[in-house]
Structure formats: structure tokens, C-alpha cells
Design a protein around this ligand. Structure first.
Ligand code: TXA
Ligand code: MG
Length: 361
């Protein structure tokens, strides 16, 4: 691989930081990143949802490195990023017409379709499953990178496994500098939570992970409800998506999610904040803009309006990461309605909380 000395881009612990914002060097940088991918390297890249950690999806060895640097369980498959709907039929088989309808409506965009694999993508990428997860991201840098590399690009979120997903290049470097070849810095992500993962292999569509495209939008397009998985953590059966069994999005401090009637939620947050402060704990509060000031707390992250979950999604992961930087001992989070993107916001908050969910009436 070309040495970074040949180029003007800075490095952080050996990871090239390529500025892919709108300036004259964009294409040179993306072409260089594409070459790294083709040679089996790892490049983090911006998408509209979160930053992805890219490798050539057809190169099992390169993909294995993704799992190693993230510390990701090898049975948790990766999303394969493509740049045109026409690639669907080379990577998947028995594609239902509904998949094409969804692709036409939501691609490029934050929707991932799980389809029957054509087995072109190696088992390292699919976690050995007979399905493959595909999406066309809606970010000019991601699209240009995939096009220039001319290979499908495997890309999980570019964080250490279990940490909040990265929504800036700096978040990527905080987790992975020194262990990946390059990061393309395209500025902060617009959606802020990951793509919606939908199993669309026929039968009832199954929403495996709520995300940037809402359940309501999908149901409206298909003319029928899309089902949420009923799988539970203590079930003996394997989950319909391996991702369901892993905790994600965890800040370092324990996070308590208080959910229920808004007035009762506020009252409980006040009690808990006081309880922990009196015991000398550094408390972080994750609160909506409507409730700023209602709970006394030194370290507060404002998530935006309770009535604008899409705006909350944009800042959620960065807020969780800031709590880590502040070194809080405990995080108290307000619960929200689960309509629209609110379903994805609450899914990430529940995952961050693990079993620490307090339902109040
Ligand atoms: O927005 C996103 O989806 C970002 C950007 C980078 O595209 N990527 C992302 O990837 O969030 P990751 O690996 O962090 O999450 C992928 C999720 C996991 O929960 C995984 O289990 C699930 O998709 N998944 C991948 N392939 C699957 C398959 N064949 N069947 C079921 N679930 C699958
Ligand atoms: Mg992830």
C-alpha cells in the first residue's frame, strides 16, 4: 500500500485522515481510499446514518479484519453497501417484487434489505447465514467510494463493538485510530441512527432493526403492517437477526431509562438525580428540550424536542459519547413516544440501558 508520506493527509496513530468535505481534494482522497479498499485495507466512510467501517465485501480476509479491529462477534453479519439497484440481482436470489418497490422508494437511503444470498458474498461477511443484507447509502462520499472501488463494500458502524455508533470522523478515530488504514471525513452524519433492517424474503416483512426509514413509511408503501420480531433474549431459538442478541450503544456509565407518562417520568428523574448526587455520584442527564431545567443536574445533554424524534436521533450517539468524556458515574435518560423515528431512538436507548429500564405510570 502507498505510504502516507506520499500524500498530504495527516495521520492519527498511523490512520490516514482524508478530508472528504467539499474541497478540491475530494476526489483524489476518495480514489486513494478506494485503492486501499481494493488492496484489502479498511477505510471508515461517512454515510447519512452513521460512519461505516468499509472493506471489500468479497474479500473474506479483509472482512475478517473488520471483526478483529471492532472486537465484533463473528456470527454478527455485515451490511453490504452497493451503489445501484442493478447489483441486487448479482448478490441476492429470489428477490420479491416488494424489495424492488422498497428500493425504488427508499434508496439511496437508510433502509437495509435482508434477502436470500446468491452466495457470491463470502461467509465472513454474512456470518455464515444464507441471507445477505444490502443497502445503497445516501451520502455522496459513500457512493463515490463504492463506485471508485467497483466492489460491494461491507460496512458495520465504525465503532468498537458495544460502543455508541460514530456520527463524526473524530468518533471513529476515538475508537479505531491506529487499527484501520484510513477514515474519510465527510462531516457529521445527517440521520444519526443506523439504517432500518428489514427482512423482505417473502411472507410477512419483518422489521429486524428500526432506523432512519420508519415502520409507518414501510407499511404505507407495502399496504400492510410490517411485523416487529417477538424474539426475547432468553429464548432458546436463534434470533431472526444476530444483532438482536448483542448489547450495543453502551456508554461507559450505567444508563437508566425512565419511561411512561411524561409527568411521572420527570418526577422519577428528579428523585433519581437527587439520590445519586447525594451519594457523591457524578450524574449525567439525557433530557428533551421541553424538560430542560425541570431536573437539577450538573451534566446535561439536551436531545431536542420530544415531538421531533428525527432531530433527537441526529444528536443521540454524540451525547452518549460526551457523557463518557465527562466521566459521569451514572446516566439518567427520559423515555419518549415510539412513533416514527422515535421507535429507533427508543430502541437505541433501550439497548444502551440493557436491563436498567424503569417503567413508571
Ligand atoms: O446505517 C447502517 O446500517 C450502518 C451504516 C454504516 O450503513 N451500518 C450498520 O451496520 O449499522 P452494523 O453492522 O452496525 O449493523 C448491522 C445490523 C446488525 O444488527 C446485524 O445483525 C444485522 O444488521 N444484519 C446484517 N446482515 C444480516 C442478515 N443477513 N440477516 C439479519 N440481520 C443482519
Ligand atoms: Mg453497529
Amino acid at each position: 500500500m502507498e505510504s502516507s508520506d506520499d500524500l498530504n493527509w495527516p495521520t492519527q496513530k498511523g490512520t490516514l485522515v482524508i478530508n472528504a468535505r467539499n474541497d478540491g481534494s475530494v476526489s483524489t482522497g476518495i480514489l486513494h481510499a478506494a485503492r486501499i479498499l481494493k488492496e484489502g485495507g479498511l477505510v471508515a466512510f461517512p454515510t447519512e446514518t452513521v460512519y461505516g467501517l468499509g472493506a471489500d465485501a468479497l474479500n473474506g480476509e479483509a472482512v475478517a479484519r473488520i471483526f478483529a479491529v471492532k472486537g465484533r462477534p463473528t456470527d454478527n453479519p455485515l451490511i453490504v453497501h452497493i451503489d445501484a439497484v442493478s447489483h441486487l440481482k448479482s448478490l441476492a436470489v429470489n428477490i420479491p417484487s416488494e424489495a424492488y418497490a422498497l428500493a425504488r422508494r427508499f434508496w439511496p437511503g437508510p433502509l437495509t434489505l435482508v434477502l436470500e444470498s446468491a452466495r457470491v458474498v463470502p461467509p465472513e461477511t454474512t456470518g455464515g447465514l444464507d441471507t445477505v443484507a444490502l443497502r445503497i447509502p445516501q451520502h455522496p462520499v459513500a457512493l463515490e467510494l463504492i463506485r471508485a472501488a467497483a466492489v460491494p463494500v461491507a460496512g458495520p458502524s465504525a465503532n468498537l463493538s458495544g460502543r455508541p455508533s460514530p456520527t463524526t470522523a473524530q468518533h471513529v478515530l476515538d475508537d479505531l485510530s491506529g487499527s484501520i488504514d484510513a477514515v474519510l471525513d465527510g462531516g457529521p452524519c445527517e440521520v444519526g441512527v443506523e439504517s432500518t433492517v428489514l427482512d423482505i424474503r417473502g411472507g410477512e416483512p419483518l422489521l429486524l432493526r428500526p432506523g432512519g426509514v420508519t415502520r409507518e413509511e414501510i407499511s404505507a408503501l407495502l399496504g400492510r403492517e410490517c411485523r416487529l420480531p417477538s424474539w426475547q433474549d432468553d429464548s432458546a431459538a436463534p434470533p431472526p437477526s444476530p444483532g438482536l442478541k448483542y448489547t450495543h450503544y453502551s456508554p461507559r456509565a450505567p444508563l437508566y431509562l425512565v419511561n411512561g407518562h411524561p409527568a411521572a417520568v420527570l418526577a422519577r428523574l428528579q428523585v433519581l438525580a437527587q439520590h445519586y448526587s447525594e451519594r457523591g455520584k457524578k450524574v449525567g442527564l439525557l433530557i428533551s428540550s421541553e424538560n430542560v431545567g425541570a431536573v437539577a443536574c450538573e451534566h446535561m445533554e439536551v436531545l431536542g424536542s420530544r415531538h421531533d424524534p428525527a432531530a433527537q436521533a441526529v444528536v443521540l450517539f454524540a451525547a452518549l459519547r460526551r457523557f463518557d468524556e465527562q466521566g459521569v458515574d451514572v446516566i439518567l435518560a427520559e423515555g419518549y413516544p415510539e412513533d416514527g423515528v422515535g421507535l429507533a431512538v427508543m430502541n437505541r436507548l433501550r439497548k444502551a440501558a440493557g436491563h436498567r429500564i424503569i417503567d413508571v405510570k
